[in-house]
Design a protein around this ligand. Sequence first.
Ligand SMILES: [Zn+2]
Length: 98
Amino acid sequence: MKEALERLDALMNRLVEADQTGAGIEPLRVANELGKIRQMLAASPSIIRTPGDQRHFRCEACGTTVHGMAPPARCPTCGAQRFFVADIEQPFVESGAG
Ligand SMILES: [Zn+2]
């Protein structure tokens, strides 16, 4: 991701330079470089949630896990109103016991 952005910046600088100096730049080379950058961006891991991605909330009282974008008003099992955030991607923390 970082390398792709750096190469994009470099390409933008080259375009500006070509315009300012009147040196010109080969459109095909620009297209090729953009294609490589596009590939890098497409392959890079992302932590951005998709719009349909759901989070997980566990009822503090009974442990029922509810999926959704936000905690439900009430637990569907026991009616409690307090929830832990139980997202799967949360870092696992060692208990330190033993
Ligand atoms: Zn509950």
